[in-house]
Design a protein around this ligand. Structure first.
Ligand code: GLA
Length: 407
């Protein structure tokens, strides 16, 4: 079936009827998905002659799949290997099917999926809802059902559907249509939408009905300024988008850039802590073949990951601001416990001496709490709603805590 902008309404009606029965019920992303994605680090490099290690090719994804397993990432939960833009040939094949660039993917995507599955991992792919991908490759407009079927036949486990080269008015109509076509394939395919990222005032309830995860802010870049602006956007939480997060549905503040060039070690700790508090997908975009041990250890930190992967799936919120200091809180299991972050966006001096009441951290039960440092597991203090927790947080630094309710 070809779906065109002008005659989208009829297929939509049919699909809405199917949708009332099906909904987005693919059983996926019960906790935020974890894995690796090529875009931020490897962009749209297609020149394999001059950049053999960095170009978008089957070798790149195989190398990353190998590293996920051999270097301990898979063991702590990273499982998706996500192809991003620029994997395709510039034209569809004679039957209108998408095809991978034959030079860079000589064995095709199905063989790559088999390889990745053979390692116990999952393969994700990238397409675009419009006529072209953001990088100028063939888009899904007019071919959505065929593309969903092609991805399923290749054994794809996750689809990031971007929103370049389309009318924004078509976006709220078109993304649910792709959801239905994915459902119709019968293969569980995690659905990652860029729907809200292209709209001024997205309707998050509708998005959460159709998508497992969704980008709602600009692209992350390899810089502290970029990380800071994303955290501040999530802190503002306009339209209360945090409230729709939960098992099966998560806001996506974009990739982890830990292990690249732009962040100091402390800033990398902030990204890991805050992506955990925000219940964000943990999709690394770095070069796992060439990464410092300190970055690798952060990415594999079990305390942070357990906050991110908490089964309640609640997105943490900014609950208090004092100058450049922010306090974030995220309820976690067992009932009554919390994770929290005290973040210092200051940019000078030896660190801020902070004295904060338990209640200001969101710790309001009179029985009190034991606080540990989530990164190290170290015990730090016992705190009641009206007693103070004292600590120093360095500039562009964070304290990531866990608070255990005393019984
Ligand atoms: C958009 C997306 C990015 C990436 C590029 C690819 O900018 O937001 O994450 O997928 O397109 O061209």
């Amino acid at each position: 079936m070809k779906v065109q902008g002008t005659d989208m309404i009829l297929p939509l009606l049919v699909l809405v009827i199917i949708g009332t029965v099906w909904g987005l019920d693919n059983g996926l992303a019960r906790t935020p998905p974890m894995g690796w994605m090529s875009w931020q680090r490897f962009r749209c490099i297609t020149d394999c002659e001059n950049e053999p290690k960095n170009c978008i090719s089957e070798q790149l994804y195989k190398d990353m799949a190998d590293r996920l397993v051999s270097d301990g990432y898979a063991a702590v939960g990273y499982e998706y290997v996500n192809i991003d833009d620029c994997w395709m040939a510039k034209e569809r094949d004679a039957n209108d099917r998408l095809q991978a660039d034959p030079k860079r993917f000589p064995n095709g995507i199905k063989a790559l999926a088999d390889y990745v599955h053979g390692k116990g991992l999952k393969l994700g792919i990238y397409e675009d809802f419009g006529t072209h991908t953001c990088g100028g490759y063939p888009g899904s407009k007019f071919y959505m059902q065929l593309d969903a079927e092609t991805f399923a036949s290749w054994g794809i486990d996750s689809l990031k559907l971007d929103g370049c080269y389309t009318e924004t008015a078509d976006i709220p109509i078109g993304y649910p249509i792709m959801e239905q076509f994915l459902n119709l394939t019968g293969r569980p395919i995690l659905y990652s939408c860029s729907w809200p990222a292209y709209l001024q005032k997205p309707t998050y309830q509708a998005i959460a009905k159709s998508c497992n995860i969704w980008r709602n802010y600009g692209d992350i870049q390899d810089s502290w300024g970029s990380v800071e602006s994303i955290i501040n956007f999530y802190g503002k939480d306009s339209g209360n988008f945090s409230s729709v997060a939960g098992p099966g549905n998560f806001n996506d503040p974009d990739m982890l850039i830990i292990g690249n060039f732009g962040l100091s070690y402390n800033q990398q700790r902030v990204q890991m802590a805050m992506w955990s508090i925000m219940a964000a997908p943990l999709l690394m975009s770095n070069d796992l073949r060439n990464i410092r041990k300190e970055s690798k250890d952060l990415l594999q930190n079990k305390g942070a990951i357990s906050i991110n992967q908490d089964p309640l799936g609640i997105q943490g919120r900014l609950i208090h601001t004092a100058g450049k200091i922010q306090v974030w809180n995220k309820p976690i299991t067992p009932q009554g416990n919390f994770a929290f972050a005290i973040l210092n966006f200051g940019d000078g001096g030896p660190g801020s001496l902070i004295s904060v009441k338990g209640a200001t951290l969101g710790l309001v039960d009179d029985r009190g709490y034991n606080i540990t440092d989530a990164f190290t597991g170290e015990y730090r203090a016992a705190v009641k709603p009206n007693s103070y927790f004292n600590l120093t947080v360095v500039p562009s630094g964070v304290f990531l805590g866990k608070a255990y309710l005393l019984k």
